[in-house]
Design a protein around this ligand. Structure first.
Ligand code: AHR
Length: 861
């Protein structure tokens, strides 16, 4: 007998509050408020009462709608919400967002549970919109929004009229009109202010049920293997009989497994991008790193040793996009300029390193000694550069490392006194991935290639849409000579050189045989932008949208255009006359689905579709598997017939266990899905066998639904130790080591053992308890190129499973099959798959250990 703790709790709650006994009143009172306790950050709450005296908080902290205005942390506040039931039979809620902006936030709902998209009209150019209220003027058939301009005696009241909460009449001053019907009611410990409505009992029941349902789901989804000893106390090993039906296969996407690369956690600079010099162009800025301790500036990572001075200048720079350079004045020979790299410079004995720099205006200095030294000052390798002279000119040399060190320094030692200006000081290992110039770190790139990804999504994530309009990732800024690229603040709070730019991304995709999937902003920045302004910072102004759309079209020409086209010729000039054969483009990244978004997305989508109908546009449906952005994003996709949308969700292992039929419910004939970001997250955020198995479980249902889910990528991909902004990640690394996680091996097994046809199976278990069934999942695919049939079985139970595979329909040729198993304790982080050869018969038996993921590969031709 299995114990289902969560279910018991849910039933108790239901019985107590929500089951219809016929004894409830016809109507009751509903109080709506945003608790001051959390500064309004927990959104709209409800309480109910039958007599307006005894109030019952619902949830009690359940939030029905949260404000999405502004940045996380400081903003996203719902202040003084005012709820109003309109003649349009909709509940309208208006609220203030903060004490500064002249904005009234609005959202509407049919049932007080599902809330439509929010809007944040700027009604006051100067002043605030405090304590907003709504009433309805029957004469003009318009809603009247009124508010106070500020707190205190000199505050004035204002009104504006609207029919649709999209267009507002000019703001007018008004006499205090007394429509503020807010009441103050004690809820628990707090005096809360809000509106009271007399509603039918059905309304109360609806909001109660929503809170109960959410609490129930929360309990269910928080199930962890740590509770398994209790939950499965008496569970015996399970027998599973799996019959494969080869003759009823359905075609599935052959692009399912891919990767999502974002420059987060130092994934690019200091990570995959093989450049070893930090701040090579002296373009670091204070604003690159937000926070009171920031000391980032043009000197970051550089120090001066000996007698001399180092200054930053910007007169006649190497390139206007690279405005700063260093002026090194040597007063006594021996002075040197030292770069610390990214946590030191890793140097391998016997390897070569390509050094280069630009120099101008040398006075007295004609020779440079370039050295790699370790912390003790031991020289690892050195080279002399002679005959330095003239205006900006590039000098290059190769350093052979005679010794190695994990954290060396680079030293530039002028051999004479005098001065010179320096810029773009660069050091790359000669052995980059595939030996590319301006290339990628070989071991990290290989770890990605070993996943056998069918596509690479880049450059983000939030990096793509940016922290405010100015911070959007603009692809043309990232191509061409390195000194002409435009570096910028990385939204994850560091500096982004753009050295790893669009050309390099496309080239990497080609090098590993993956489809490139670039993501461009949908004309709006990240909804959590810290860069001020209303909500999503208003989006790119409409009068600038044509130019922006052209930029998106140019990207397609850059990738695919003939060498005689404007942008195709730039690709050719970079050394790639052949097209990159771009087939997919993402527009937007989990944006807030607002009117501002919809307008811009539609404009871009229509133009891309018109000019490049062969390109599959991938739209966006918010950061969650449900909710307003998800629903509204899907509505837009359906309306515009967007070929594919990008879904994102980071959820608990329990969510994955209890949502295995998530895609089975999707319409097969509509927009396809790209699951662009997902991962199983446990509290404390480890990436261990438990999270990996939850992801493996989910991937069985993605394969089963491979006719509707075309692509999927775990997120984030890379994380440099001690520089992570996000956990967990798939591959951790430092300067010398690559550390794949348990989740990595799951992705790799799916990537290396993918198929293009899904074969249905009949699964019979000796134990049919729901909790058991949900923790055993299987997926069988056929790789029609090789003819191999691949069976994947996830066992998330604390007991082993004796599996019998009925292979009769397969017509197996070889008596040997490949078995790869990943197993251990759920908390294990350091697990690796174990490969073995096994003997095969028609009725094939095996024992799958507790907490395991097993792949069998059978040859049929
Ligand atoms: O993958 C990390 C972040 O998660 C991405 O940048 C963003 O799209 C999502 O919120």
């Amino acid at each position: 007998m299995l114990l289902s703790i969560t279910f018991v709790v849910f039933c108790t709650d239901l019985r107590a509050e929500s089951l219809h006994s016929g004894k409830e009143p016809d109507s009751a009172y509903l109080f709506s408020y945003a608790s001051l306790k959390d500064g309004g950050r927990n959104g709209l709450h409800f309480a109910w009462s039958v007599d307006e005296k005894d109030w019952h908080a619902i949830g009690p902290e359940h939030s029905y709608v949260r404000c999405d205005y502004g940045t996380w942390g400081a903003q996203k506040r719902m202040l003084a919400p005012f709820l109003f039931f309109g003649p349009d039979k909709l509940w309208h809620c208006v609220w203030s967002v903060n004490e500064a902006d002249g904005v009234v936030a609005h959202a509407a709902s049919k049932d007080l549970v599902y809330w439509e998209r929010q809007s944040y009209p700027i009604l006051m150019q100067k002043g605030n919109c405090l304590f907003p209220t709504i009433s309805f003027d029957t004469k003009s058939q318009q809603f009247v929004i009124a508010w106070m301009s500020k707190k205190g005696d000199d505050s004035a009241d204002y009104v504006s009229h609207t029919k649709d909460f999209k267009n507002y009449s000019p703001v007018e001053p008004t006499a205090k009109n007394g429509i503020d019907s807010r009441q103050t009611i004690r809820i628990g410990e707090m005096e809360e202010s809000g509106t009271v409505h007399k509603v039918s009992w059905h309304v109360i029941e609806t909001v109660l049920k929503a809170a109960q349902h959410a609490a129930y789901e929360q309990q269910l989804w928080s199930e962890k293997t740590a509770d398994d000893a209790h939950r499965f106390a008496s569970l015996k090993p399970v027998d599973a009989h799996i019959k494969i039906n080869k003759n009823e296969g359905k075609k599935i996407s052959d692009l399912l497994m891919g990767v999502f690369f974002e420059d987060i956690n130092y994934a690019a600079d200091g990570g995959l991008y093989a450049e070893l010099i930090q701040n090579r162009d002296f373009e670091y800025r204070l604003s690159d790193k937000k926070g009171k301790d920031s000391t980032w500036n043009s000197y970051k990572a550089w120090t001066l040793k000996g007698e001399g001075t180092l200054k930053i200048d910007s007169v006649a720079p190497l390139h206007q996009n690279n405005a700063h350079y260093a002026v090194f004045n040597v007063e006594q020979t021996g002075a040197s300029l030292v770069n610390e790299g990214f946590d030191g410079i890793p140097v391998k004995a016997g390897e070569r390193y390509n050094f280069s720099l630009f120099v101008k205006a040398q006075k007295g200095i004609n020779n440079l000694l370039i050295r790699l030294i370790d912390k003790e000052g031991t020289v690892l390798g050195a080279i002399n550069m002679r005959d330095i002279k003239g205006e900006w000119k590039k000098y290059e040399a190769t350093i052979l490392a005679k010794r190695g060190a994990s954290d060396a320094y680079l030293e530039i030692i002028p051999q004479e006194t005098g001065s010179l200006a320096l810029d773009m000081i660069s050091l790359f290992p000669e052995k980059t991935f595939k030996g590319r110039k301006n290339g990628l770190r070989a071991d990290l790139a290989q770890a990605i290639a070993d996943l056998h990804p069918r596509f690479v999504r880049f450059p983000g994530g939030c990096v793509a849409h940016g922290d405010g309009l100015e911070n959007m990732y603009r692809w043309p800024h990232t191509i061409g000579p390195l000194e002409s690229r435009i570096p910028q603040r990385n939204l994850w709070n560091y500096h982004q050189t753009a050295g790893l730019g669009y050309f390099e991304y496309f080239q990497f995709c080609e090098d590993i045989g993956a489809e490139p999937v670039p993501v461009v902003p949908a004309g709006v920045p990240c909804q959590n932008s810290s860069a001020g302004g209303a909500g999503q910072q208003g989006g790119i102004p409409l009068e600038e949208m044509d130019a922006y759309i052209q930029e998106v079209l140019d990207l397609i020409e850059y990738a695919n255009g003939d060498v005689n086209t404007e942008w195709g010729s730039k690709r050719a000039a970079a050394g790639h006359p052949k097209p990159f054969y771009l087939k997919y483009i993402g527009i937007g990244n989990e944006d807030l689905i607002s009117d501002i978004f919809e307008e811009r997305f539609t404009m871009i989508f229509n133009k891309v579709k018109e000019k490049y109908p062969e390109i599959t546009v991938i739209g966006t449906v918010g950061p969650s598997f449900k909710g307003t952005d998800y629903t509204e994003g899907w509505n837009i996709a359906n309306q515009l017939q967007v070929p594919m949308v990008d879904e994102h969700y980071y959820q608990s292992p329990g969510w994955f266990i209890h949502n295995q039929t998530y895609y089975d419910k999707y319409d097969r004939n509509r927009t396809k899905v790209y699951l662009g970001e997902y991962a199983a997250h446990l509290p404390g955020r480890p990436n261990n066998l438990e999270t990996a198995l939850a992801e493996a479980l989910h991937l069985t249902s993605l394969e089963r639904n491979g006719d509707v889910v075309s692509m999927a990528s775990y997120a984030p991909l890379l994380a440099k130790e001690n520089h992570t902004q996000w956990n967990p990640d798939l591959i951790y690394f430092n300067n010398t080591e690559v550390k794949p996680t348990a989740g990595y091996f799951v992705q790799q097994l799916y990537g290396q053992h993918a198929g293009d046809t899904y074969l249905p199976t009949e699964l019979k278990l000796s134990n049919n308890e729901d909790a058991v069934k949900k923790r055993l999942a299987t997926s069988v695919v056929l790789d029609s190129k090789t003819g191999d049939v691949i069976v994947k079985i996830v066992n998330l139970l604390p007991v082993s499973t004796h599996v019998v595979l009925d292979l009769q329909s397969l017509g197996i040729l070889s008596t040997e099959a490949l078995k790869i198993a990943l197993t251990g304790n759920p908390t294990d982080k350091d697990v690796k798959p174990n490969r073995s050869k096994i003997l095969v018969r028609d009725d094939f038996k095996d024992e799958l250990p507790a907490y395991s993921f097993t792949v069998f590969r059978f040859q049929t031709k």
